[in-house]
Structure formats: C-alpha cells, structure tokens
Design a protein around this ligand. Structure first.
Ligand code: MG
Length: 155
C-alpha cells in the first residue's frame, strides 16, 4: 500500500478526512483565486501527504496522541498531554516543519490557523473524549502547506 494511502487511512482513523483539510485550504485560498475548486484543494493536500518529512511528522504526532489516550506516556509528558498544557509548544514546532518547504506563505497561514482554529481544527481542539494535542496542529500544518502550494502554483 502506498504511503499516501496509509496517511489518509491514519487521518481517517483519528477522525479527519482529506476533504475537511481541503475545505480549510479552500477558505484560505478562495479570496485570491476565484476559479479555485474544492477538488484542486483535495489534490494539493494529497500532494503534501506524499512528502516523507510530512509523513514522519504525522506518524510521530499521532503516535503520541494515541499513547496519551492509552495513558502510556511517561510523566510529566502524560499529564502535559492530558491537560493540553498551553506552554507545551512541541506540537506547533513539529507541525511547522510541514509548512517549512512552502516558504513564508505557509508559515503565515499556519499562524493564522493556529489562532483562529477554523473547520475541523476547532473540532479536534474541542473534542472532550480524545487527545489531539498533535493532530490539530498537524492538520493546520497540512492545510497551510497545501494552501501555500496552490499560491505558489498560481504565482
Ligand atoms: Mg496542539
């Protein structure tokens, strides 16, 4: 099975569909590209998911979220993850790595999404039953990267 499909399956298992990430991309880029379609945004998210460093960030972040849900992390990390401690910024740093390859626009969009938490990012952030300390930032990073990718393609 190819790595992109594994990523899509992993995200789905954690409650996130590619279309939901694409929806955020659309909202970021539509003001600049009136011809933009949702399908182009889906394709852009999928293209970002083919990058190895992106895949490694997702594997790592999701593993930590799932281990925290199973209460398997050593202290003090377990408690930090359960509280989603606001001073813990490793999740943002890891997700920023995803946008890195897409230049300054990616970084700016990530900062915006981190603050506004639009779409599925908000839902992940507010989910009381599961731990998504890393996933909300990873989704913001994916959306920012896919958005910047479209911006660069349209010059
Ligand atoms: Mg987070």
């Amino acid at each position: 099975m190819d790595e992109q499909k594994k990523m899509i399956d992993l995200l789905t298992r954690r409650g996130v569909r590619v279309e939901q990430i694409a929806d955020i991309v659309f909202r970021l880029q539509y003001p600049y590209h009136a011809q933009l379609t949702l399908q182009q945004c889906v394709d852009s998210v999928k293209a970002v998911l083919t990058k190895r460093d992106v895949q490694y960030a997702i594997y790592t972040g999701v593993a930590l979220d799932e281990l925290a849900e199973q209460k398997l992390l050593p202290e003090p990390l377990q408690s930090i993850m359960e509280r989603d401690e606001s001073l813990y910024g490793v999740d943002e740093v890891m997700a920023l790595g995803i946008t890195h390859a897409y230049g300054m626009i990616g970084l700016t969009s990530f900062g915006y999404l981190d603050k506004e938490k639009i779409g599925v990012i908000r839902r992940l952030n507010d989910d009381p039953k599961r731990i998504h300390v890393f996933l909300d930032d990873l989704v913001a990073g994916l959306a920012a990267a896919a958005s910047a990718r479209i911006a660069h393609q349209h010059g």
